[in-house]
Design a protein. Structure first.
Length: 510
């Protein structure tokens, strides 16, 4: 186990450094609520790519990705990697369309209200906010659990430290501070992960020894065929794609990018990088099965696959490698937590001018910062009581899988109405919940309804694929049954910039 004082000191030092970067870079550059929420048209291709990589790479890649690899093998590893790349590829095409349809927008909920009306707006707001909040809570849960395991740091200390420092620079600098720290974090994430993977392979005796260890422990994990691992990997692809399409983090960065070309190139490059990073992280879970004392049976009281990487580190790995992974985990959690705090704040703040009676820019800025603090405090509280990171994500992913296609479809179709989009989303969610294993007991206890529900799918494929495919099918049908009455070109007039500004210029040196 790593010395507690050393781990805590490394944690504080890392938090101080990145907080300083965020505060320094945003100083004097946040003159309005527009700067705080969107940093509109100010980020070129390279920094767009960097922030897209860092924002998605939370500490979950050292927890839930290896957990999937440890439980379901190489097929799940591939599925997780592909699943993480697909949303970025989708956004490379969706992003320019968003900028065209609602050029002065700030959030996906603004678009949802303008395109679909109050009911769908409320549904999208609830789903997106819940997804990002769960994501944030899971990040704090993950880093607190990791430091507790490898260094004995009390979980509440880690959660409060990380949450507090992230709020400090994100509340002050908003999206600009988040993007600034993302650029530095990306430069650290890639080499640190490479060091962790290569160091683990070398320490364990090389690729051959690693392979033989896994094969001896559970040879089915190395089977890339169409078994349980493949089904679970495909479920992950559906889950991640759906969830990321309702993630406000990416909608903010669509507007922050300097132009459409920066959006396309940034998201495409991030698709390759993110897929590769998640693949490597999930692969560590497979390695851990053959070289650590893992219990991968989710029904067992001793289940510990969710911390597979850190159990692998405990098996006589050198202290420098353990500290390197601890530093990687801290950088990962900051890179995603600051983006999520800012995204949650922007969801609410962007809608305040429509809900309040002509609020001032100062009021909106203070409101955004206050909500950032509230969101972080609530996430810290939840993180101290959460147990499974992967299950937290699955709950949020199911909601996103049901609403993603109806939401995005309206960017291209003049036919789809608000009631049609809402009915399609609810229909997909109902099918997904019917097969969702985590709520099986609760749902089947409902009188009458419970007797007609199908058996839950322990591999989640029917649940996630059902939510996506059913909502997609219902969306197409709903659009076909409606007349082309929506003026997509007119949506730009319904969403205005909050401070009346004309836009920004790309940052120098980008």
């Amino acid at each position: 186990m790593v010395d507690t004082g050393l781990a805590l000191g490394l944690t504080v030092a890392t938090l101080v450094v990145f907080s300083g970067v965020g505060l320094w870079f945003s100083r004097g550059r946040v003159d309005s609520v527009e700067d705080l929420l969107t940093a509109r048209n100010s980020v070129g291709q390279r920094r767009t790519t960097a922030t897209l990589i860092a924002s998605v790479m939370g500490v979950w890649i050292l927890l839930s990705a290896p957990e999937a690899g440890a439980g379901f093998g190489i097929a799940a590893v591939v599925g997780y990697g592909v699943g993480e790349a697909l949303p970025m590829l989708a956004y490379s095409e969706i992003g320019p369309r968003v900028r065209e349809v609602v050029p002065d927008g700030h959030s996906l909920t603004e678009y949802a209200h303008a395109r679909y009306g109050d009911a769908m707006y409320a549904f999208v707001l609830g789903v997106s906010a819940l997804y990002m909040f769960v994501f944030l809570a899971a990040e704090l849960t993950g880093i607190a659990s990791a430091l507790s395991l490898v260094a004995g740091v009390p979980q509440w200390q880690t959660a409060v430290l990380v949450g507090g420092f992230v709020v400090l620079y994100t509340g002050y600098g908003g999206l600009r501070a988040s993007i600034a720290t993302d650029a530095v974090q990306t430069l650290l994430i890639l080499p640190l992960l490479a060091v962790a993977v290569v160091g683990a392979v070398i320490t364990l005796g090389g690729p051959s020894a690693v392979y033989q260890g896994v094969a001896a422990a559970d040879p089915t994990l190395l089977d890339p065929g169409f078994g349980a691992g493949f089904r679970f990997g495909l479920a992950l692809a559906f889950a991640v794609l759906g969830a990321e399409l309702i993630n406000q983090t990416w909608w903010q960065r669509i507007y922050a990018a300097a132009d459409d070309d920066a959006v396309r190139r940034g998201f495409r490059t991030a698709a390759v990088a993110n897929g590769a990073i998640v693949f490597l992280a999930a692969l560590l879970g497979v390695v851990a099965v053959g070289h650590a004392d893992l219990v991968t049976d989710a029904a067992s009281a001793g289940y510990n696959a969710d911390v597979a990487v850190f159990l692998l580190l405990e098996s006589a790995f050198p202290g420098w490698l353990v500290l390197g992974v601890v530093l990687l985990a801290l950088v990962l959690v900051m890179s995603s937590a600051d983006s999520l705090c800012n995204a949650l704040s922007s969801l609410v703040t962007a809608d305040l001018p429509r809900l309040l009676d002509d609020p001032s820019d100062r009021t909106l800025r203070y409101g955004a910062r206050a909500f950032t603090v509230v969101a972080a405090l609530a996430a810290i509280y939840v993180s101290l009581r959460a147990r499974s990171v992967l299950r937290l994500f699955f709950l949020a992913d199911l909601l996103g899988a049901a609403v993603a296609v109806p939401l995005v479809y309206g960017l291209y179709s003049r036919r789809l109405t608000g009631p049609g989009a809402l009915a399609s989303s609810v229909g997909g969610l109902a099918v997904g919940l019917a097969y969702f294993p985590d709520f099986s007991g609760v749902l089947r206890a409902i009188p009458v309804v419970g007797d007609f529900l199908p058996a839950p799918d322990p591999l989640y494929l029917t649940s996630f694929a059902g939510a996506v495919l059913v909502s997609t099918g219902l969306t197409v049908v709903a659009a076909r049954l409606s007349a082309p009455t929506v003026d997509l070109e007119g949506l730009s007039g319904e969403v205005a910039r909050i401070d009346g500004s004309v836009g920004g210029e790309p940052e120098r040196g980008d």
